[in-house]
Design a binder for this molecule. Structure first.
Ligand code: AHM
Ligand code: MG
Length: 342
């Protein structure tokens, strides 16, 4: 076990990474320090959620997707918005909980990065004490410096992300991120209040036995997705089936599969048409997860086999299908489902 002096905190890690780049200005490190601060505060609030009625429970309001907003969602949204919009290094933000772009409040410096986020993903799980998370995606702005960022600064392909990651409020709080140079994970040590490097280089196993999908939606899927699920369950040939694990919090489902190997699927709904294009949002759910998956050696595609990171977003809250996980599992999904699409 490493001694306290040997452990690297997230702040130290960021400074060390910054020093490796001669042209780095420190702006990104400063932005991340604001993100870390907000993550710690939200983690603290999540930990005490069951203790107080003022945090736990639903508000009477709905967000832009028409879903009931939980109080903790609102809290996380306000906190991350504030921390990132006044940090001096962001020019425009987008949040799952806010319909339009979030501008930098007057009087604050406008920076060169964009910040898109889902403040508290999997929020239907809050009341049940199940893992939830925050997902974020950072791009470099396209519009000229010195003025407010605009929506098109946010509508960039995932492969142009400067950083993507998530904070998982699970049995411990973790931050997993990539700046395009592999995937690293930090675990929050509550005794010193620091995120410490716990996962130096995360690689997703090439294949894995877990599949994660909301199987209650079976009747709504396309024939190809139905056949694929039947195939991996080996209903026809009686081989050892894969194991179903589904939490219903993308961050938690993705994190488990990242460490253990497997496949996560959220296909489109072809029948009830509740989610005809898939449920997950491209900008601040699928795209950052796809970046992490690829950086860890895995894959992330749409149900039609298109690379998520190549998708050009056309609106802030656009939805997409998402198939992600171990390389061999995603490739098998692609190969197997192809025969139904001829
Ligand atoms: P949310 O952003 O409103 O919390 O919804 C996104 C969540 C994901 O975390 C999860 O993968 C998915 O919705 C679960 O959806 P379902 O309940 O349809 O299985
Ligand atoms: Mg979400």
């Amino acid at each position: 076990m490493k001694s306290a002096t040997e452990m690297i905190s997230l702040s130290q890690y960021l400074i060390e990474e910054q020093l490796k780049l001669p042209y780095a200005t420190g702006d990104f490190t400063a932005l991340m320090n604001h993100l870390v601060y907000a993550a710690k505060v939200v983690s603290r609030e999540v930990r005490k959620a069951g203790l107080t009625d003022t945090i736990l429970g639903a508000t009477s309001e709905t967000n832009v997707q028409g879903e009931t907003q939980m109080k903790l969602d609102r809290y996380a949204d306000i906190l991350f918005t504030k921390a990132l919009s006044i940090c001096g290094h962001v020019c425009v933000l987008a949040s799952e909980e806010q319909e339009t772009i979030i501008e930098i409040p007057s009087g604050y410096k406008i920076g060169k990065y964009t910040f898109a986020f889902d403040p508290l993903d999997g929020s239907s799980n809050i009341d049940s004490n199940v893992s939830i998370g925050t997902i974020f995606s950072i791009h470099l702005r396209k519009s000229p410096m010195g003025r407010m960022g605009v929506e098109s600064d946010l509508l960039q392909q995932g492969n142009l992300q400067r950083c993507a990651g998530y904070i998982l409020y699970g049995s411990s709080t973790m931050m997993v991120l990539s700046t395009g140079n592999g995937v690293v994970g930090f675990t929050l040590d509550p005794s010193c209040g620091e995120f410490l490097l716990s996962h130096e280089s995360i690689k997703i196993p090439e294949s894995g036995s877990i599949y994660s999908i909301n199987e209650g939606n079976y009747d709504f899927w396309s024939d190809s997705v139905k056949a694929y699920i039947r195939k991996i369950k080996n209903i026809e040939n009686n081989n050892k089936p894969k194991t179903l694990r589904y939490i219903g919090s993308l961050v938690a489902d993705f994190h488990r599969n990242l460490l253990k190997g497997g496949i996560f699927l959220y296909p489109e709904d072809t029948k009830s048409k509740i989610y005809p294009l898939g449920k997950l949002r491209l900008l601040y759910e699928a795209s950052p997860m796809a970046f992490l998956a690829e950086q860890a050696g895995g894959m992330a595609i749409t149900v039609d086999g298109e690379r998520i990171l190549d998708a050009v977003p056309t609106s802030l809250h656009q939805r997409t299908t998402l198939i992600t996980g171990s390389k061999k599992e995603v490739e098998f999904f692609l190969d197997y489902t192809k025969q139904f699409k001829k």
